[in-house]
Write a protein that binds this ligand. Sequence first.
Ligand code: IPM
Ligand code: MN
Length: 351
Amino acid sequence: MHKIAVIPGDGTGPEVIREGLKVLEAVARATGFKYKLKEYDFGGERYLKTGEALPDSAPAELRKMDAIYLGAVGHPDVPPGVLEHGILLKLRFSLDQYINLRPVRLYPGVDTPLKDKGPEEIDFVVVRENTEGLYAGIGGFLRKGTPDEVAVQEMVCTRKGAERCIRYAFEYAREHGRKKVTLCDKANVLTYAHDLWRRTFSDVAADYPGIETDTAFVDAICMWMVKNPEWFEVIVTCNMFGDIITDLGAMIQGGMGVAAGGNINPESVSMFEPIGGSAPKYTGKDVINPIAAIAALQMMLEYLGEEEAAQRVDRAIARACSEKMKSMSAGKMGYSTSQVGDLVAGFAENG
Ligand code: IPM
Ligand code: MN
């Protein structure tokens, strides 16, 4: 019995999660596994009512679950940053979800803005460090609000943090038949923080003689992701660069309606989410694309060890994209949000 925490969150979060859960129900029936859901109301509405983003008891309670399925956080009436820090980053940090795994994969039939590139060329994963770097939140102001103001925000890189992330990337490559791991950094400028990453990368690589390695600066990575995405199989990188290059990745794989990710703690509880955010302007219209949330569900099934179910969902997404949907953009899919959910659930249930 898998215990799954569900945090639908804000905006279109609840709409896309509903479709993901529809698909979950269908594959559980088809492949015969059991699960139990527990829903949490964390998000903007709750914050506006109670003044609390996340109750103090949440991390301990969530740690007892097998996985967390998250919709989106971000509310138009809550100042930017409050929910992002108070819920999303708080959970990533307190649950020590030190990997953010983001596949960049073009499903068949999905449009990419890259000319002459298709599913063969756009198929890699980004392994983003998820608990330190520029996200550590260390810093402060001096003489705030005066003309002499100083703001400092530290980039925190630890050997342990870099090593466990890089090792995860190599293990991922080995387990998924990937032959190359590329380190994305800025070692030419961040001569301390990313020197540590470079040295750690070559130390860890020595344990994986069968896997080819490469290093590239983040600015060049952005260029190659557009020009030659086929060069990449697994990219490993720090928190901030991972954030930036995965939005670029989302665009080349068909947009925010498709891109999914997992916040992973291999030793504890992991959290899966569509990476597109709460999309307030589409909220409640039944037009948002639920494919990203369904792809996040697929990652969660794989993580829970439900291989067959994960594969069914994967094939079902590919079929819905290639045989049915006209576009991956909200309102242009040719189907409503719930109809896309029905399509994928139907395909997944029937194999
Ligand atoms: C993401 C988001 C978050 C991040 C924000 C909402 C804090 O952009 O998951 O990529 O920067 O990690
Ligand atoms: Mn981001």
